[in-house]
Design a binder for this molecule. Structure first.
Ligand code: NAP
Length: 279
């Protein structure tokens, strides 16, 4: 790491636990690439201390922070202002401290769209089926609706899906068992559940029910190629893993805190992917 000056900008990621986070690796890569006088540090913060810790970080002169599990909802509550995606999803993953105020954003949705476009996919091309109804599903459903895209949700527990349906009018809510049937006529499928990650069962889904042009996206990035994405490849469907979203969602925060628009390229992908192998 480069030597810091007395006027170095400082940011970090707040989570509990936070040791699993790849954000320090991503921001560290960019800080070095752009030779920026700044640092990005992990901030393990217990849930009951989160509110006080954020005020303390602002008082200590931090430029801002990323927020991960389990703080995204409380982060939303303590912000003085939030962007539209954060408002729709009720969750904040990027905070900027400005003039003693806490500005919140949710960049997950934008990150996902940027990655889709990087794969040559137009996110507004057609209807989307989202599996899951948690924080990530909320952010994606809100951003696809803002593009005028029809969004269908299938979630294991119906009450959570219905709560999402109440918050975002116009969503189609299905039973979890209907997920394979619902693939027909969809342009895009997005798995926002942790199914397929180590320690979780595999996602059971019959991709044969989908159109031959279906794009299959999995937010999971450990492993980089889930069984869902292997199945998509076997059917010659375009598959998109969760790594690109992870990289793109980091861009707005970096630009706001360190004053330089970062670029997501193959060098960064390789650098972060190297840390994901064998997990
Ligand atoms: P979350 O709020 O906890 O939501 C998890 C969702 O998965 C819920 O809808 C839950 O259903 C469902 N689920 C959990 N276990 C399940 C199971 N065994 N069978 C069926 N459904 C199950 O989590 P989140 O923040 O939305 O994150 C979801 C996933 O996306 C995580 O794997 C996370 O790592 C990933 N993610 C990736 C990125 C990225 O940049 N690539 C960004 C954000 C999130 P119930 O409602 O029934 O519990």
């Amino acid at each position: 790491m480069a030597t810091l000056s007395g006027s170095a900008r400082v940011a970090g990621i707040a989570g509990w636990p936070v040791a699993h986070s790849r954000s320090p690796r991503i921001h560290g890569f960019w800080l070095e690439r752009y030779a920026i006088d700044g640092a990005y540090v992990p901030l393990p913060i217990r849930p009951e201390r989160f509110r006080a810790a954020v005020r303390g970080l602002m008082a200590a002169g931090f430029a801002g922070i990323n927020v991960t599990i389990p703080h995204k909802r409380v982060a939303f509550e303590i912000c003085d202002s939030v962007d539209e995606t954060a408002r729709h999803s009720g969750a904040v993953n990027t905070i900027t401290f400005r003039d003693g105020k806490i500005e919140g954003r949710n960049t997950d949705g934008l990150g996902f769209l940027a990655d889709l476009r990087g794969h040559g996919v137009d996110p507004a091309a057609g209807p989307v089926l989202i599996l899951g109804a948690g924080g990530a599903a909320r952010a994606l459903a809100a951003i696809f609706q803002a593009l005028g895209v029809r969004v269908t949700i299938a979630n294991r527990s119906t009450d959570r899906a219905q709560a999402l349906g109440r918050d975002l009018a116009g969503l189609q809510i299905l039973e979890w068992q209907q997920r394979s049937d619902a693939l027909r006529d969809q342009a895009l499928l997005v798995n926002t559940t942790p199914l397929g990650m180590p320690g979780y069962p595999e996602l059971e889904l019959d991709l044969g029910r989908g159109d031959p042009t279906l794009v299959v996206a999995d937010l999971v990035y450990v492993p980089l190629e889930t069984r869902l994405l292997k199945a998509a490849r076997a059917r010659n469907l375009l598959g998109v893993n969760g790594l690109g979203m992870l990289l793109y969602q980091a861009c707005p925060g970096f630009a706001a805190w360190f004053g330089s628009e970062p670029v997501v390229d193959e060098d960064l992908r390789r650098f972060v992917a190297a840390d994901l192998i064998d997990q």
